[in-house]
Design a protein around this ligand. Structure first.
Ligand SMILES: [Mn+2]
Length: 349
């Protein structure tokens, strides 16, 4: 049984195939062991051509990919609406038998992340461990504390964890009969004050079967306590792959101008998220590779990217142009003049 592959799972619909590609590439480039990836297809959220595309791309990366059909009960489909794509992990816990690692599609993995499979069980824990995860970022936890209404946080305020990356044990999940209770927790969710998709269901259910992992396994950009991550999680918004070039420029412009008044910054928290630049580098490298070696896949990838890229709206575009055109050096450039005001000031000094 020694050669059994370790398992990682992902789950998304059509719209998240593009970020999944970037995540999967970082996975392929940083994984040496025998690891199989399973992608969930919940209630037909992936069409036939999506699945074929993912398989072709996985072949290109050299990843073993299996697509697994999963079904959410009809009343929950109605209740959850579009947020249903945030609940894959619960269906996987029911469907699988082997321990697995859940990977959000907004992660970048680096060499060393596989260590997560080697972490030993703490000896002093008396209950079986169902989940290993990293605490959520301070800003989120502080907001939940202030609000005081999130039932999952109230139960698990000491160890409220983030679910972008988790190690899960289906065996212990079933042993403790959580497979019979999670659906009802979602049904009671609004009354319990649950708000963050599977994360709140899991924090609510598993508050005393969790083992906390070091931050480097799920580092979220903007955090001050930086600990050379092996997995970076682009949690929150804006999602880096959705931004047009103008949107990227505008984002950093706003961050810079408002560095001294965080409430005006688009990120609203922590330090400048320079990790976005790394993300875009990963993205660019993927596109260059595909273009060179799989033109057909590249073509389809670009179509998918276009579908999910959001440009600035009209008002924002106007602001963007105003900022650019109103700088003196830019004026000088387009009027082909030598610097005037700045030059004059230099003389004054
Ligand atoms: Mn995420």
């Amino acid at each position: 049984m020694k050669n059994k592959p370790k398992i990682v799972v992902t789950g998304h619909d059509t719209n998240y195939i593009y970020p999944w590609m970037i995540m999967a590439r970082s996975f392929a480039n940083s994984t040496k062991g025998n690891i199989k990836m399973i992608a969930g297809n919940m209630n037909g959220g992936l069409q036939e051509k999506d699945q074929q595309f993912m398989k072709d791309y996985a072949d290109f990366l050299g990843i073993k990919l299996e697509i697994m059909d999963l079904t959410m009960p009809p009343d929950l489909v109605t209740q959850l609406g579009r947020s249903i794509n945030g609940y894959f992990s619960l269906l996987f816990l029911d469907a699988l038998r082997e321990d697995f690692v859940w990977l959000d599609s907004d992660l970048i993995l680096e060499t060393g992340w596989e260590k997560i499979f080697e972490i030993e069980k703490l000896k002093n824990s008396n209950r079986p461990i169902v989940i290993r995860a990293v605490p959520d970022r301070k800003v989120t936890v502080e907001q939940l504390k202030k609000k005081g209404s999130n039932g999952a946080y109230l139960l698990n305020s000491e160890k409220y964890f983030n679910c972008g990356l988790m190690w899960l044990s289906p065996k212990n999940w079933k042993k403790l009969k959580f497979d019979n209770t999670w659906q009802d927790v979602i049904r009671r969710g609004p009354r319990l004050g649950l708000e963050f998709i599977d994360q709140d269901v899991l924090n609510y259910l598993l508050h005393d079967c969790v083992e906390i992992l070091p931050k480097k396994f799920n580092y979220m950009p903007g955090d001050f306590d930086f600990a050379s991550p092996v997995i970076t999680h682009f949690a929150g918004y804006p999602k880096p792959w959705t931004m047009s070039s103008k949107a990227k420029a505008m984002y950093f412009m706003r961050e810079a101008i408002n560095w001294d008044r965080p409430q005006w910054r688009p990120s609203r928290e922590g330090r400048l998220k320079n990790e976005y630049l790394d993300y875009w580098k990963h993205e660019e490298e993927m596109l260059i590779e595909l273009k060179a070696s799989r033109p057909q896949l590249y073509h389809e990838t670009i179509l998918r990217k276009k579908k999910i890229t959001a440009d600035l709206n009209f008002q924002e575009k106007l602001k963007y142009l105003l900022v650019r055109f109103s700088t003196i050096e830019f004026q000088n450039l387009i009027l082909r003049r030598k610097p005037t005001l700045t030059g004059f000031q230099k003389d004054l000094w």
